[in-house]
Design a protein around this ligand. Sequence first.
Ligand code: SF4
Length: 84
Amino acid sequence: MYYGNIKKTDIADGDGVRVSLFVSGCRNCCKGCFQPETWDFKYGTEFTQETEKQIIELLKPSYISGLTVLGGEPFEEENQRVLA
Ligand code: SF4
């Protein structure tokens, strides 16, 4: 799996202060999509075990309410496997 961005402190994509992961890859082709560059499953950076560790560390502070997963499309089968 690849991802386009990790926001370390995001207040726009869920309740409270969150860590947000923007995964790559989407086949929905929604009309008016504002980020078609993320349809490419190889867009951005490869998600590795180091990335996973980084996210776990980012989630530790008490002011972080949770993890938000965005895309691209997190529910694409290729992305589900890694995210699960
Ligand atoms: S990235 Fe989101 S808005 Fe764009 S085509 Fe995929 S599901 Fe639709």
